[in-house]
Ligand binder design. Sequence first.
Ligand SMILES: Cc1ncc(COP(=O)(O)O)c(C=O)c1O
Length: 395
Amino acid sequence: MPLDIDRARRDTPGCTEVVHFNNAGAALPPQPVLDAQLRHLHREAEMGGYEAAADAEETLAHTYAAIATMLGCAPDEVAVVENATRAWDMAFYAMAFERGDRILTSPASYASNYIAMLQVARRTGVTIDVVPRDEAGQVDVAQLASMMDDNVALIALTHMPTNGGLVNPAAEVGAIARDAGVPFLLDACQSAGQMPLDVGALGCTMLSATGRKFLRGPRGTGFLYVRRDWIERLEPPLLDLHAATWVAPDRYEIHPDARRFETWEGYVAGKIGLGVAVDYALEWGLDAIFERVQRLAAFLRQQVAALPGVTVHDVGRVQGGITTFSTEPMDAAALKHALRAHGFNVSVSPRSSTRLDAEQRRLPDLVRASVHYYNTRTEIDRFCAVVRDLLRAAR
Ligand SMILES: Cc1ncc(COP(=O)(O)O)c(C=O)c1O
């Protein structure tokens, strides 16, 4: 069944205001996500924040159930946190690395994750080994298999990088990790809400994601999945009275489920909105969403690549909703600024967000145009016409 795009756009107030190709930054939320948050904010204002949260207990529990349904896991394997980075960090910094351990990762690593790896490498003496890319630009699975040995303590992979259309073969990597009994931490920040994610099929031990991107949830929300047999092996780097209980003056006990990775205080309206966003995505169907996103992005890539002065930089055997390109004579920041004035939202993907990849491929800062299922071919045609005119005028 094709998606009812008219309904998707009617559900999305922002569609009448802008052409939003910044879904990899923060997507436009649908009305039900906005309503759920506003409703809760009103209740907080009218009855008090603690009282409103107590009243919303079931709705809050549903957020875990919705995420679990989306990922194919149990609700108690899910922690809801502020963003994808915090989710990733809570898992990563909980690993008990020792000198001589190896972390295997890919050139598409996101800056925040790689900075954390560098910090832990400096502190503990672990080595970071970057698996090369294959001829299609994705992580080379055969090379990864050949790099495995008893010292590999973690495989950390970015599913879809922040700076392009690549979709890494996460399930193939997961199979290698599973065979070797090595934990696999998948950064699904850009893939959550864009494509189906089944943690069993992906073979991941831990998965981090954010609410505001392709899931269309509230800003300031994210989540972490940790497979049950790893939860108690991971001692969170930070603990509070929600993650642990102070059971005697000199003793605490850490929560036995994934709540150990959370903090007590948080954005309750956002947590509710996140559950609604997941329900909303599941209602449309993640297979159907991904199919349309891929089709729209392929069309955008093809149209924009045909414009004078544009070079598209996307790699990968499988590609998703992000398109990145460089332009002449305007640079990425100038074009983004000019597009904004014409009602088009894109973002700039700076070299520093994916430095390994940027240096290997000698990429400049890139314009990032990321589409979602509520975008249309008409919007892409208009976008390309404006990019063509802006570049022509700058020549
Ligand atoms: C691949 C990837 N990982 C992680 C993040 C970090 O997400 P957050 O800003 O929610 O911490 C991003 C954000 O752009 C990303 O693109």
